[in-house]
Design a protein around this ligand. Structure first.
Ligand SMILES: [Fe+2]
Length: 404
């Protein structure tokens, strides 16, 4: 696999502002830095930003693919001036943005940037996955800002660039409030398989996107809220490991929450009075040996690709069959060289055999467990089932592929 990195330098004085952040108020709110990397020379690029709740932030990625007619954007991220500048550079070399794809029906973080991205490229066609929905009100796509005249639904109204791309749908899976659909896309020329949320690969070291501002890592590297934020390789790595455990399990078993009077007593101390340190509020106590959970998470399978625990326990707990069937369909696609997920690490070297082995492993190991670090997620899932928010019957999963 050929992987090169483009210069991570930021064009001077280009705005990283994202005015629509209040619609989904996630860190880093109205200021989105973009890291651009060339994943396959002249063919595939990663446009990466950070996104998370408070300081539990992980990379979110738009993938740009070069087609014979121009460029395709898979899973757009916030189109800041900086990002658009970098896209215009690619357009000048490889042709205009022809197609914008929203490949998920439930991933709000991927859906929200699409209308603004569509406005930035008024000649581009917009394709969305089937079963789009909104909450709390079921609004039609044009009311959500999608351009009515040039938005089409994948599979239901055709498939774009089918001569160069293969499309493979996971779902629809009934989530109760709405429906989960994810559409994977294989770019045959580069062997790049683009996926959104269903598969990830987590690195042991912090991703490059944190280099410019490691504050989230340093915040979580501490043992007590009274400690100042201190930078260093060890602090960054420790912060990353904890941040991954939060993002994976929401409440990992090695984490204790101290009583609030104790938390508040430790706040507003010298060195942590700044908003950047949440004024010393730090309701976390990591228990001895917590690192083992991170090591177990990364070593869980034979291949770096895995199903994120939060998805396994809250989205796929009764949908293993559908997920494995989708993986087996992907594993039949010739020419796969790497996967490019929309979160965490990319690209991830992977062959057809790797995907086949991953499908086998998912079938053979215990699925959606409820003990250890999975306990909190399991509690959320069982509460949703008990309240009737989530159906407890396995969803049916029709096959949808480029071959139809
Ligand atoms: Fe996502």
């Amino acid at each position: 696999m050929s992987v090169t990195q483009a210069s991570p330098t930021t064009p001077p004085r280009l705005c990283q502002g994202w005015p629509w952040w209040p619609l989904l108020p996630l860190y880093p709110y109205g200021h989105r830095r973009t890291l651009v990397r060339e994943l396959v020379p002249g063919q595939v690029w990663s446009f990466e930003q950070l996104q998370g709740v408070l300081y539990v932030a992980v990379p979110i990625r738009m993938t740009v693919v070069r087609l014979t007619e121009g460029l395709l954007l898979y899973a757009p991220v916030a189109p800041t001036q900086e990002l658009l500048h970098r896209l215009r550079e690619l357009e000048a070399r490889y042709g205009p943005v022809r197609t914008i794809v929203l490949p998920t029906s439930s991933g709000l973080e991927h859906k929200l940037p699409v209308p603004a991205m569509a406005r930035a490229f008024p000649a581009a066609a917009v394709w969305v996955s089937p079963c789009q929905w909104s909450f709390p009100l079921p609004l039609p796509l044009p009311w959500l800002g999608f351009p009515a005249g040039r938005t089409r639904v994948l599979f239901e109204q055709g498939l774009p660039h089918a001569d160069q791309l293969h499309w493979e749908m996971l779902g629809p899976l009934d989530l109760g409030l709405g429906t989960f659909v994810e559409v994977a896309c294989l770019h045959r020329a580069s062997g790049s398989l683009l996926v959104t949320d269903a598969l990830v690969a987590i690195s042991s070291e912090p991703p490059e996107i944190f280099s410019a501002d490691p504050t989230p890592l340093l915040f979580h590297a501490r043992e007590l809220g009274t400690e100042p934020l201190t930078d260093g390789h060890e602090q960054r790595r420790r912060g990353w490991m904890r941040l991954v455990l939060f993002a994976s399990y929401l409440r990992p078993s090695a984490l204790a929450v101290p009583p609030w009077p104790e938390v508040i007593a430790g706040s507003f101390r010298p060195g942590v009075r700044a908003a950047k340190a949440y004024f010393g509020l730090y309701p976390f106590r990591w228990q001895r040996g917590w690192e083992a959970e991170f090591e177990a998470l990364l070593a869980g399978g034979a291949h770096p690709l895995q199903v994120a625990p939060v998805l396994e326990r809250l989205v796929f707990p009764r949908a293993r069959t559908a997920l494995v069937a989708w993986l087996r369909r992907l594993a039949r696609l010739p020419g796969i060289a790497q996967l490019v997920p929309a979160h965490y690490t990319a690209p991830v070297a992977a062959s057809q055999q790797d995907l086949q082995r991953l499908a086998d492993a998912l079938e053979q190991r215990p699925w959606a467990p409820s003990s250890g670090s999975w306990e909190f997620l399991a509690g959320v899932d069982s509460a949703l089932v008990r309240w009737g928010v989530v159906p407890d019957v396995p969803p049916a999963a029709p096959e949808a592929t480029s071959e139809g």
